[in-house]
Design a protein around this ligand. Structure first.
Ligand code: ACM
Length: 652
């Protein structure tokens, strides 16, 4: 062969080889989760055996933004530049995702990455009260959180279902309030909700010793994750008041879940507990709960009433606020800050307190406007206790429907937020309440992959986010997690939303006026008076703004605009007995030409038992052959009371 031709072939094959390898690795960069801020991919790859050669360039603190890093890969190897250890750690996480090991040859594509977080707080919440989890389980979740650059573990240590932390000054918290006779939360909840002595036959529960917790905190710290303890007050504290009944208004166990705010001993207790908690946990924030307190007892309690009089408090909301403010001052006197659920706004927010906004984002926005730090964890996007796929194929859950896509599309910065206050929004958090999540495997299934969506929302720049691309990347991430032994949800076989909810429905009444013979109610209005004829069909959950909810009969008349042939009238209801959603007992369907004289076409009776635990849908419909301008659809509320939910009145 001619020599120069041979040289050309060598040259071309090198180029071709270069291109193919380059493409393979470029995909590696495009698989990164969370997606980095700035990426330049260069031609070529750094190959190595064993460990890559990594040069670290430590800049003086403050030279680069907190947690940021530069990662450069070229023929000399890897260079990581950062001005803080967290940045170096995150560069290493990125590097781990970039290393490909094809047929024993390790390589990293030549690239330059500059990366930094969008928000400083990227959290995951662990409800270890409803079902206790081992330190090993928590460490395993820390491993995964760190891979996706999450940095806060919020641990819900106390709640009615069990107290989970050894407190030296109050030993009954661990020896009694941490145990219950029933393993499953729902059995305990359905029973008399009593506790058990540690060591009683069959006693279920557990608690972390101080050493357990030190071990967890250190492990988390090594992964640049801060553990934030939550000690609930004033509500969700039945377990404390069973162990120390003198701290409740009645002085008796099993009578309430709220501390007596009038009793000084309550403050002695809480301050002593918080002293031990603060000694143990080095976190910036101490979470003090604050959610869902039932304040009724305080209205009847002489001590609480005396406190209100003494402090000039006008309402029980202000009494709660008194307690939160007093505890916040105490925590601050120890050099820490408090954070609480958004109810801590009620009755006046404590100075310096941060707010975790869960009942939507309104509370968080209000707190930001007042100059308080906020973590967003709105239930609609961040509550992983909702089913992540079609409820008929999912394990029992608290209800609702929160697929991966809905978590991912959450944008924390809303247009209505005042621009000069946006800096108070410190981050986002995934929450998993575990009433129905008994096993570790089930918990992992609920966390992964939805937590990765929150990780990317918390870390990546919004313009870099892309749902379709995220789904592609997350499938690869799930393979990686499964290989590491995580019991993840199987995204590849996701069923998805109700089909009609995806497509909508064309029918004769679409766009027609609806007359409400009973008024729309406040709670679930969906699209208001347009709901029943907008062609928008409800999804798996009544809280998706497509279903209209009533605590009464639903009685509406659809005006078709002119007299025409009507051959079908129907509507779909759902039943979910947990939150009290029932089928109607019957539906009357009537028609009229003039809007005054109606003829009954059909009565459709319910045949779904009110005891069925699963989410069910049923059409209450009839075929007919009539001339009508007006169609009246009257659904009778179930004798079980509860809600009726209807999405559309379909006429054809
Ligand atoms: C909460 O979900 N009760 C904070």
């Amino acid at each position: 062969m001619h020599k120069s031709f041979k040289n050309i072939i060598v040259l071309i094959s090198t180029v071709l080889l270069g291109i193919s390898v380059f493409q393979a690795n470029a995909q590696g960069i495009e698989n990164l989760i969370p997606v980095p801020a700035e990426v330049n991919i260069n031609n070529g790859e750094y190959r190595f055996d064993g460990e890559p050669k990594v040069k670290y360039v430590a800049l003086p603190e403050g030279r680069m933004p907190a947690e940021s890093y530069r990662l450069k890969v070229d023929k000399k190897g890897v260079t990581i530049t950062s001005s803080d250890p967290a940045g170096v750690f995150y560069a290493q996480q990125t590097l781990n995702q970039l290393i490909s090991d094809a047929e024993g040859q390790k390589s990293i594509p030549y690239c330059e990455i500059y990366d930094y977080p969008r928000f400083p707080y990227r959290g995951v919440h662990f409800d270890v009260s409803r079902h206790f989890r081992s330190v090993d389980f928590l460490k395993k979740q820390i491993d995964a959180m760190a891979m996706y650059k999450m940095n806060r573990m919020h641990i819900h240590l106390t709640d009615a279902a069990g107290w989970r932390l050894q407190i030296d000054a109050y030993p009954r918290l661990a020896s009694f309030a941490a145990w219950r006779p029933q393993h499953q939360w729902k059995d305990w909840w359905a029973g008399n909700r009593h506790y058990a002595e540690e060591g009683d036959p069959g006693a279920y529960g557990g608690y972390y010793t101080k050493d357990d917790m030190r071990e967890l905190i250190q492990y988390a710290h090594n992964h640049h994750i801060e553990v934030i303890p939550e000690i609930e007050l004033p509500g969700h504290s039945e377990e404390v008041l069973a162990a120390y009944p003198e701290l409740s208004c009645t002085g008796k166990p099993y009578t309430q879940g709220e501390f007596c705010v009038g009793n000084e001993e309550t403050f002695t207790f809480l301050e002593t507990v918080l002293d031990e908690v603060i000694d143990l946990f080095p976190s910036e924030y101490i979470h003090i709960g604050g959610d869902e307190a039932n304040k009724e007892h305080w209205k009847k309690c002489p001590k609480c009433q005396a406190r209100m009089a003494e402090e000039g408090l006008q309402s029980v909301d202000e009494l709660q606020s008194y307690m939160i403010k007093r505890i916040a001052r105490y925590v601050e006197s120890k050099g820490r800050k408090v954070i609480g659920w958004d109810e801590i706004l009620d009755g006046g927010l404590a100075e310096g307190a941060a707010v975790m906004s869960w009942r939507g984002t309104e509370g968080g926005i209000k707190a930001m406007e007042m100059g308080h730090d906020v973590i967003m964890t709105p239930g609609r996007y961040c509550y992983l206790d909702h089913a992540q796929d079609a409820p008929f194929k999912e394990p029992e859950s608290i209800g609702g429907y929160l697929p991966l896509d809905s978590v991912y599309v959450y944008e924390p910065i809303e247009p209505s937020m005042p621009q000069d206050k946006v800096g108070y929004l410190k981050g986002v958090q995934a929450n998993l309440w575990t009433e129905y999540v008994v096993t570790d495997e089930h918990a992992e299934y609920m966390y992964w992959p939805r937590t990765i969506a929150i990780a990317e929302t918390g870390w990546s720049q919004p313009e870099k986010k892309d749902l379709a691309d995220f789904r592609r990347r997350v499938l690869l991430a799930l393979d990686c997690l499964k290989n590491k032994g995580y019991a993840t949800f199987d995204l590849a076989s996701e069923y998805g939303e109700r089909k009609l909810a995806q497509t909508g429905l064309e029918h004769k009444a679409k766009g027609c006026k609806v007359i409400y013979n009973r008024p729309i109610q406040d709670w679930y209005q969906a699209a208001g008076e347009k709901t029943f004829t907008d062609g928008v069909i409800g999804g798996w959950t009544y809280s998706d703004n497509r279903w209209q909810g009533f605590l009464s009969d639903i009685d509406v008349t659809v005006d078709l605009g002119n007299v025409q042939t009507v051959s079908y009238v129907g509507g779909t209801f759902m039943q979910l007995i947990g939150p009290g959603v029932f089928m109607p007992s019957k539906v009357d369907i009537l028609v009229s030409e003039d809007g005054e004289n109606f003829t009954l076409v059909a009565t459709v009776w319910n045949d779904v038992p009110v005891t069925t635990p699963d989410l069910l849908f049923k059409d209450f419909s009839t075929i007919c052959d009539c001339q009508a301008r007006y169609v009246r659809y009257h659904a009778y509320r179930s004798t079980m009371r509860g809600f009726l939910f209807l999405d559309e009145v379909v006429v054809n």
